[in-house]
Ligand binder design. Structure first.
Ligand SMILES: Nc1ncnc2c1ncn2[C@@H]1O[C@H](COP(=O)(O)OP(=O)(O)OP(=O)(O)O)[C@@H](O)[C@H]1O
Ligand SMILES: [Mg+2]
Length: 227
């Protein structure tokens, strides 16, 4: 699903260059649920941005779902971002004035009507799968943090992406709510063969994933290597 070879990422500004990713290699299989861990500042979010097609200024080879990201024109890149990947962030970014159901079906507004038939039914099905069908008419402000994040996950999956990138999705939650969010991600990924990368600082969350990948000094640390 993902194949990365010798990825280098530098942030360059007037005074300093930060060489954040330094020859990183990574392969992720389709359907894998991967935890991405590492110290603050180690480059986890940077790596997700590259994989998600949000950052095109890097060196190295990055292939996602058979697509080589470098060299895609704007149109192909926005198609990739719209159809192949979806993001979930630490803060939920729900729109407060819309209902839960309307938040989940948001992507239908930007989509050709043809691709997602019956957007309300699709949104309700996803809400059901994250255990929130009975909250479809609520506003985000009436939900707990864990419930909001499950809505954000339902929304991220609305367009049937093949890859879900979750950057500390449980970071703002207590362990009980964090666990319910991971349950939702796990269940949906297993059922749909979705590939998921979850950035987390929580060892318990990481332990429930298929594989843990640790970034240190801009590379993936392999088991047995000193960190
Ligand atoms: N836009 C930017 N310009 C300059 N430097 C940046 C930029 N974004 C990130 N960095 C630097 O790159 C390094 C990696 O940042 P990144 O956000 O990827 O880390 P992270 O592993 O996600 O950390 P955290 O766990 O705190 O979220 C950090 O040293 C950060 O300061
Ligand atoms: Mg980060």
């Amino acid at each position: 699903m993902i194949r990365i070879r010798d990825l280098h990422k530098r942030y360059v500004d007037a005074e300093v260059t930060a060489h954040v990713l330094r020859g990183l290699d990574l392969e992720v299989q389709p359907g894998e649920l991967l935890a991405l861990v590492g110290k603050s500042g180690s480059g986890k979010s940077t790596l997700l941005n590259v994989i998600g097609g949000l950052d095109q200024s890097y060196e190295g080879e990055v292939q996602v779902a058979g697509v080589t990201l470098r060299g895609l024109d704007d149109r192909a890149l926005s198609r990739f971002r719209h159809e192949t990947v979806s993001y979930v962030f630490q803060l939920f970014h729900l729109l407060p004035h819309l209902t839960v159901l309307e938040n989940v079906r948001l992507a239908a507004w930007f989509d050709e009507a043809s691709r997602i038939a019956g957007p309300d039914a699709r949104a309700l099905e996803l809400l059901d799968r994250v255990g929130l069908a009975d909250r479809a008419g609520s506003r985000p402000g009436q939900l707990s943090g864990g419930e909001k994040q499950r809505v954000a996950i339902a929304r991220a999956l609305f367009t049937r992406p093949r890859l879900l990138l979750a950057d500390e999705p449980t970071g703002a939650l207590d362990s009980e709510h964090g666990s319910s969010v991971l349950n939702a991600i796990t269940e949906l990924s297993r059922a749909d063969g979705l590939t998921v990368i979850v950035v987390t600082h929580d060892d318990q969350i990481a332990a429930r994933c298929d594989r843990v990948v640790r970034i240190s000094d801009g590379r993936v640390v392999h088991p047995g290597e000193a960190t």
